[in-house]
Design a protein around this ligand. Structure first.
Ligand SMILES: N[C@@H](CCC(=O)N[C@@H](CS)C(=O)NCC(=O)O)C(=O)O
Length: 217
């Protein structure tokens, strides 16, 4: 039986994209359950799957996992033959560090540039705090690409969990037209070329639910 991934609106849910793009990019079959946000029954529905009442979460038979990073770890453990994390120990340690940093940081950028996957590209000047987050992200990406990225266009060469963790940031930098280096842009383009990325954006545009405060952001 395929694993079941519980997510929110593809138009707005940055956390949901992470395990979704990982499963899709690795060609792992999964069933998708979408719980639309901002509805009277949203919390109740999400609580059925995770005690936080948030998504993403994953169900694998009797096993439940929540928090995007834990969901990704679970997927990596379930499919050990897939290079969800880099095979090299040093690269893997760094990929985990970057992923944890992404999980816990960059609040200023998140607040200033909320994720809307169907937002038209429209420039927004950054606050100094959001600009500092972008500077750290660019430095982190450049460091990973230089030290571990020889085998392909992604942070650790081939697409892996760390790329999945940063994928929503690619959308923020792109849709808010944030000025970035050529190398950062090339990395963003590599993510945006993934069929899994394109499928998510396509679905986000097709969703009928609309939360006005996000769609006019
Ligand atoms: N740290 C959590 C964040 C999860 C989260 O905030 N999810 C949002 C959707 S992007 C959510 O479930 N919101 C619904 C709500 O709060 O009612 C993770 O990594 O999974």
């Amino acid at each position: 039986m395929p694993v079941k991934l519980i997510i929110a609106n593809k138009a707005y849910s940055s956390w949901s994209l992470r395990p979704w793009i990982l499963l899709a990019a690795f060609g792992i079959p999964f069933e998708e359950v979408v719980i639309p946000m901002n509805r009277p029954d949203t919390k109740k529905k999400m609580l059925k799957y995770a005690p936080t009442g948030k998504v993403p979460s994953l169900q694998d038979g009797e096993v439940s996992v929540y928090e995007s990073i834990s969901v990704i770890e679970y997927i990596a453990e379930k499919y050990p033959k897939k290079a969800i994390w880099p095979k090299n120990k040093k690269a893997r340690a760094h990929a985990r560090s970057l992923s944890a940093e992404m999980h816990a940081s960059f609040q200023a950028l998140r607040q200033h540039c909320p994720t809307v996957f169907r937002r038209p590209v429209q420039k927004r000047e950054l606050t100094p705090e959001a600009a500092a987050d972008v500077a750290r992200i660019e430095a982190a990406w450049a460091h990973a690409r230089k030290n571990f990225g020889k085998g392909g266009p992604f942070l650790f060469g081939k697409f892996c969990a760390a790329d999945a963790m940063f994928a929503p940031v690619v959308n923020r930098l792109h849709t808010y037209d944030v000025p970035v280096s050529k190398a950062t842009r090339a990395y963003m383009d590599a993510i945006m070329e993934l069929p899994a990325w394109k499928a998510w954006i396509h679905d986000a545009h097709k969703e009928k639910w609309s939360i006005e405060k996000y769609d006019t952001i």
